[in-house]
Design a protein around this ligand. Structure first.
Ligand code: CDP
Length: 203
């Protein structure tokens, strides 16, 4: 594969992008950026009373602590700041530099194949029904001791899907040339294998 091979993985909340992205990056020896964490980091600071645009311009590595950021409250705050064009614009350069790194990169998010890296060598759109995604996210949150009910998680997933898909700036959408992988009835291993296969076909 060429030096700056970029894999773009987009899809709705809790579709399995994170798991697939990590496995794909490990398989090919690529670096991985979970771009949702950038929006979550901004959202978390906004919950503390800070201004979203200012935070997006001054985001520091220590603000991106995955453990602290994976709560339902932060997820909702992230999807609210993600509709602000100036917030998105402030995060573009970092994502594009990451994508261009020698040795290959996997970026997962909502607009990687459409806006951040329209020239990506391989694009996947990973999806699943809202019910399946909510059940997976509920299990993840419950394992960490969170008190959210399954109904609350489903409502959260649906609210974010609507906000992410309906926004004007960089709405969540499968790129025209993306391979769509519906993981609703798939095991993790099967979803990872299908993703690797789709990427290999783009070499
Ligand atoms: O992990 P999960 O799929 O639940 O969400 P995430 O990837 O961490 O993203 C959190 C929120 O950030 C999403 O609901 C989007 O509103 C926003 N986001 C975005 O707008 N663009 C991206 N490239 C990544 C995330």
């Amino acid at each position: 594969m060429s030096a700056a091979f970029t894999v773009a993985i987009d899809g709705p909340a809790a579709a399995g992008k994170g798991t697939i992205s990590k496995a794909v990056a490990a398989h090919f020896g690529f670096a991985h950026l979970d771009t949702g964490l950038l929006y979550r980091a901004v959202g978390a600071q906004v919950l503390l009373g800070r201004d979203a645009v200012e935070v997006a311009h001054t985001l520091r590595a220590e603000d991106i602590d995955a453990d602290v950021l994976r709560t339902s409250a932060v997820a909702q705050a992230a999807s609210k700041v993600a509709v602000i064009p100036q917030v998105r614009a402030a995060l573009v350069d970092f994502q594009r530099s990451f994508a261009a790194r020698a040795g290959g990169a996997v970026l997962d998010g909502r607009d990687i194949g459409t806006v951040i890296c329209p020239e990506a060598a391989a694009k996947l759109f990973v999806t699943a029904t809202a019910e399946v995604r909510a059940a997976r996210r509920y299990a993840e949150l419950a394992a960490k001791g969170a008190a959210d009910s399954l109904d609350q998680v489903l409502a959260d997933v649906r609210a974010r899907d609507a906000r992410d898909a309906d926004r004007v700036e960089a709405p969540m959408r499968a790129a025209q040339d993306a391979v769509v992988i519906d993981t609703s009835g798939m095991s993790i291993d099967a979803a990872v294998a299908a993703s690797i296969q789709a990427i290999l076909s783009k070499r």
